[in-house]
Ligand binder design. Structure first.
Ligand SMILES: NC(=O)CC[C@H](N)C(=O)O
Length: 397
């Protein structure tokens, strides 16, 4: 397995350089831009000199209307040509500068949105939030479709995650980011859980959305080894930057000193046996559902019933984060990110909005979960006889 992991590191390195077509574009545009800029200058100077020489002559020999009109026409033509040359030259040079900047930055602008979102969610952190959940496949966007099959989509997602982790965004706040991860030869739709500039667990989606408008099995494989957390070797550049070599990968939850938290990824909630049922019996109190769910009449009602059903008989905090807007495909993702506690919706975001980022914050009393569970005898009976799940222990409050 270590060998396979190294492969994902290799892929990470391989995809760095610019493509041949881009290099060709730069090589052709650079002289063209320069020549055009030179011609622009030349025609501008010519027009100005012509105007300067002929104007006094016509002042003396006026009124000679036809040659005057001729001079004006020539001057206008001169300015227009110079302007056209100038604009073409400047736009080709600015394309080159932009391209150079992108090559050096190494990441498509699209993935910068994840960082922007983190920045705007900073307010939630200042308001005291200790868990931050973004939507499914947040870093790349949910609707990449066949671009998920390109190695550099995954590579750039790691680069973006690295930038986020090197900043302050994850200091003191558990953050869940969605991105594709290649493990060995398989590509998984994952939630990457991070805290204090480290990756503490990668949770691959186990039940993929593959009906109606969804085609996740075309791009991802479902994680099937439910029984164990395995070691995932981070791509070389990530492990160097984070000084962290491996991370637990698989199905499980994170045990803090005062509570337990787990991811349940979108479609998993809607399966006949959703993971939250056994996670709850294992003591997980907070569920983080990262979702990419499109708008369809009455679907919000289906979702809300699912969150309420998940938590009102067995207790729990259900955090739900959905994309909002359109991203590449033909669907509208209708937000409505929310927080549900013991069957009550305590916070909910908008369904239709043009905002770049919307942060939904809720202040939760975790004792309400413990006390509901403590009051249901059958919950305790089932919990005491259940097989224990995989845990990542964190000695942090
Ligand atoms: N991304 C998903 O897993 C979609 C799940 C579900 N079918 C929905 O529409 O919400």
């Amino acid at each position: 397995m270590a060998e396979h992991q190294q492969q994902s590191g290799d892929a990470f390195n391989r995809e760095k350089g610019p493509s041949t077509s881009k290099i060709l574009a730069v090589i052709t545009l650079l002289p063209v831009g320069g020549v055009l800029l030179f011609l622009a200058g030349l025609t501008l100077t010519g027009s100005l000199i012509g105007l300067a020489v002929t104007t006094p002559l016509f002042m003396i020999f006026s009124p000679v209307l036809v040659p005057a009109a001729l001079v004006i026409a020539l001057a206008v033509a001169g300015f227009l040509t110079s302007g056209a040359f100038g604009i073409t030259a400047l736009s080709s040079l600015s394309w080159i500068i932009n391209y150079m900047r992108k090559v050096r930055g190494g990441m498509p602008e699209k993935m910068e949105h994840a960082k922007r979102r983190m920045h705007e969610a900073g307010g939630a952190k200042e308001a005291g939030a200790v868990i931050r959940l973004g939507p499914e496949l947040e870093i790349t966007g949910y609707g990449c479709e066949d671009h998920f099959l390109e190695l550099d989509t995954v590579t750039h997602a790691w680069e973006c995650l690295k930038d986020i982790l090197l900043g302050d965004w994850t200091a003191g706040i558990l953050c869940s980011f969605g991105m594709p991860v290649i493990k060995g030869s398989e590509r998984y739709n994952c939630q990457v859980l991070c805290l204090n500039r480290k990756i503490i667990m990668i949770r691959p989606k186990m039940w993929l959305a593959n009906d109606g408008n969804y085609r996740e099995l075309r791009w991802f494989t479902a994680w099937k080894q439910k029984e164990q957390l395995v070691d995932f070797q981070l791509p070389y550049e990530i492990s160097e930057a984070l000084t962290q070599k491996t991370v637990p990968f698989g199905y499980g939850y994170i045990q803090f000193l005062d509570t337990a938290v787990a991811a349940e990824v979108c479609e998993e909630l809607f399966t006949p046996i959703p993971p939250h049922t056994e996670l709850a019996l294992n003591g997980v109190e907070v569920f983080m559902n990262a979702s990419g769910s499109h708008h369809q009449l009455r679907k919000l009602d289906v979702r809300l019933r699912a969150f309420i059903g998940a938590t009102h008989t067995r207790g729990g905090v259900y955090m739900y984060s959905n994309h909002q807007g359109c991203d590449g495909g033909r669907l509208y993702y209708d937000g409505c990110s929310c927080v549900v506690v013991n069957g009550d919706v305590v916070a909910q975001g908008s369904q239709f909005s043009l905002k770049d980022v919307e942060v939904v914050v809720a202040h939760i009393d975790l004792d309400a979960v413990a006390s509901l569970r403590g009051s249901i005898s059958s919950f305790q009976e089932q919990a005491s006889f259940l097989l224990r799940l995989n845990i990542t222990l964190l000695r942090k409050k």
